[in-house]
Ligand binder design. Structure first.
Ligand code: PMV
Length: 333
């Protein structure tokens, strides 16, 4: 084993993933719908994996030791990467140091960049020859959205049909420089901790009468959005992106008990974007399993869009992100 450091950027889904494929191995973490995302510059996790010098796994996140469930999740992920790379016997104990370089609490989940960076750093540290597709499949097992953070720019993750998940890996649709768009991240006031994605997805799948409609209609969104990205057509992509987002949230809200991720400022920020559009600005929203709003717009309009959103009561911070690069890894001396 050697030492390696990987950097991976976060991503935001333009066509959403929500729901896990039933009757498949839960450890494979297979999505019930495909998704399309944009990898974001300036929202990166840097993870270093080195051989542990005291024979024990040691994990650290943002300067603090990682313990309990999160540490178990990291250990399990290291086991997966080791086995996938052909490792036999007991996995060597590792020291993992991970730092999130996110601008002052962007309010974004770091599991996508985190599991992508961990997969790449561990694969290099264990001296495997896993390719990007294999790394994407591994990252997916850590967190569904992480599969997409292996690649830069616009990325598509297909649902696949194989029970072993081999056809469920992300693929790049367009490089970061393909299209000069920006994602404006609008952090709203935070409330009590939202229901986590795994629990929320299961609740939605098993109790929401809208879940089957969500799944049935997602493939058409994915294909149409992929075409719109290739054609650099924001006025075609935007309505598909909002439709995917609001269908997902409608299915969530119709769960029992309801999954309501919006806060007051979430709705106000969305309304502001709708108003901007009335006034001729091309800007479109998406919202994940949390209260923050993300707005896709042309680079030339991003500063104006951000300025309007900063004035919405309850908005805590607004940051603007260009399309970001693929995950990268270096072997350390
Ligand atoms: O990767 P997870 O398990 O945190 O799920 C991500 C779910 C959404 O963020 C709501 C949508 C998506 O495709 O990223």
């Amino acid at each position: 084993m050697r030492s390696a450091r990987a950097t991976a950027c976060s991503n935001i889904a333009l066509v959403k993933y929500w729901g896990k494929r039933p009757d498949t191995d839960p450890d494979l973490n297979l999505p019930d719908v495909g998704s399309l995302s944009l990898t974001l510059a300036d929202l990166a996790t840097v993870t270093t994996v080195t051989p542990s010098d005291d024979g024990q796994d040691r994990f650290e996140l943002d300067g603090r030791p990682l313990e309990g469930r999160p540490a178990e999740r990291v250990a399990r992920h290291l086991d997966r990467v080791y086995r996938a790379g052909g490792g036999a016997g007991r996995r060597p104990p590792c020291r993992v140091v991970s730092v999130n370089h996110f601008p002052t609490a962007a309010g974004l989940a770091s599991s996508a960049s985190g599991f992508a960076a961990l997969s790449c750093a561990a694969a290099a540290a264990f001296e495997t020859d896993l390719d990007a597709a294999a790394l994407s499949a591994l990252a997916r097992q850590g967190s569904g959205s992480a599969a997409r953070s292996i690649f830069g720019g616009f990325v598509r993750l297909d649902r696949g049909t194989r029970p072993d998940g081999r056809d469920c890996v992300a693929r790049p649709v367009a490089a970061p420089d393909h299209w000069d768009v920006r994602l404006v991240v609008v952090q709203t006031t935070t409330g009590p901790k939202a229901v986590g994605s795994t629990e929320g997805m299961e609740r939605c799948r098993t109790t929401s009468p809208y879940y089957p409609a969500w799944v049935e209609t997602s493939q058409a969104d994915l294909d149409a959005a992929t075409e719109a990205v290739r054609a650099r057509d924001l006025d075609r992509l935007g309505p598909i992106m909002e439709h995917s987002c609001f269908k997902m949230h409608a299915a969530m809200m119709a769960s029992r008990p309801p999954l309501l991720y919006f806060r007051g400022p979430t709705v106000e920020a969305v309304r502001t974007v709708f108003d901007l559009r009335q006034n001729g600005l091309a800007a479109y929203v998406t919202i994940d399993a949390g209260p923050h709003v993300k707005v896709l717009t042309h680079a030339r309009d991003a500063a104006a869009v951000a300025e309007h959103l900063r004035r919405v009561p309850g908005v805590a911070a607004v940051s603007v992100h260009a399309p970001g690069p693929a995950a990268r890894v270096e072997v350390l001396p």
